[in-house]
Design a protein around this ligand. Structure first.
Ligand code: PMP
Length: 365
């Protein structure tokens, strides 16, 4: 019921559950080691850090077109800068994609256990959320396509996916795309693509280059260690980029973000170190979880910088969350996303992962 004494929040906005960020504080307010937000445990690209230490000209607006950054991204990825749009993190671009292509009466499809921003992006433009069933925490292309109907305007897919870490191979991504009408936008969210093994590619960039209905999003938050600077980008056909450019904030990427992003792209050593560290520690950690399989622990196969650990026996996710917090670590519990029985653990430093392993082993007796 509307009251006349205050502004009316739109009903589709009132229905939104605000994003719950990964935090670093325990229930008792204690500061914990934060393995709850998929940040880079090696820190930030040193080259980007050096640039961030410079004063710059903060009294000036940044380049509204982020041209130098788009040129650097274009050079690094073999893309025409005219087909790139930068955002305040890739979060902003996901929201803009929904807003530009869907509205009241339309729907947007994503898979169960998808990235929680998709739900918010869909609702905030007044569209309906359609959730496709998963296949053992991974993406089931046939189930996803079966959810698409005449009102579908956008499909969101993160690959690798968050919070599951699962990866959909190229042939399946292409089959998904081939099954969609050309008037449906497929947003392929590649926030974690840099963590894939050498040579692995889900074909998203090729689709974005060749098809008129595919937008690929990327971020500097993970592999480059620049989550705090809020820099993301998207690439696709000119008519898609044009739509996002019309509605984005005119100065949506800060000056320091633009400079740091360019420096980070040139820091191949940091990217390589981050990838190698992640691959080695993730393999070691998954082995630990497998060794606790008789206690009901299971690791969902991950290609990202985190692992979703399932607790399917007597040891519960709640107990593990509490034990990890007691030992100083914050990890991600997502009961609101249908995962009360799971914890998403970001790959940390070697010492941190050894600590986590020790806590879980102790808990399992
Ligand atoms: N997509 C996915 C799948 C993510 O996990 C994240 C980070 N949580 C983002 C997009 C957003 O990243 P950012 O806004 O920092 O670029």
């Amino acid at each position: 019921p509307h009251s006349a004494d205050r502004p009316h929040v739109k009903p589709w906005i009132a229905d939104i559950h605000a994003y719950v960020p990964g935090r670093a504080r325990g229930v008792d307010g204690r500061e914990l080691v934060k393995l709850s937000a998929n940040e880079n445990p090696l820190g930030t690209s040193p080259r980007a850090l050096a640039v961030l230490a410079e004063a710059g000209t903060p009294e000036r607006y940044p380049d509204p077109d982020a041209l130098a950054l788009r040129e650097a991204i274009g050079k690094a990825h073999g893309l025409d800068p005219a087909r790139i749009v930068c955002g305040t993190g890739s979060d902003e671009l996901l929201n803009l994609a929904a807003q530009a292509f869907a509205g009241p009466g339309d729907n947007i499809v994503h898979v169960r256990y998808g990235f929680s921003v998709y739900d918010i992006a869909t609702r905030r433009c007044g569209a309906q959320v359609v959730v496709a069933p998963d296949a053992d925490y991974g993406t089931d292309v046939d189930a996803l396509l079966a959810c698409v109907n005449a009102d579908t305007r956008v499909v969101f897919l993160a690959n690798p996916n968050n919070p599951t870490g699962t990866w959909l191979p190229r042939a399946e991504v292409e089959r998904l795309h081939a099954g969609l009408r050309p008037d449906i936008l497929l947003v392929l969210d590649q926030a974690y693509a840099e963590y894939l093994p050498d040579g692995e590619d889900d074909g998203g960039m090729a689709l974005a280059a060749g098809a008129g209905n595919v937008l690929v999003t990327r971020t500097f938050s993970k592999i480059h260690g620049l989550a705090g600077e809020r820099i993301g980008w998207a690439t696709g056909a000119p008519h898609l980029v044009d739509a996002l450019n019309r509605i984005r904030g005119p100065f949506n990427v800060t000056a320091s973000g633009q400079r740091a992003g360019i420096a980070a792209l040139g820091d191949r050593d940091f990217v390589a170190r981050s990838r190698d560290h992640n691959a080695a520690e993730r393999t070691r950690f998954v082995n630990v979880i497998e060794s606790l399989g008789n206690h009901g622990l299971r690791a969902v196969p991950s290609e990202a910088n985190f692992v979703l650990v399932l607790f399917e026996g007597e040891v519960t996710a709640d107990a593990a969350l509490a034990a990890l917090a007691r030992d100083g670590y914050a990890v991600r519990h997502l009961p609101g996303q249908g995962l009360p029985h799971a914890l998403r653990i970001t790959i940390g430093t070697t010492a941190q992962m050894a600590d986590i392993a020790a806590t879980l082993r102790r808990l399992c007796g």
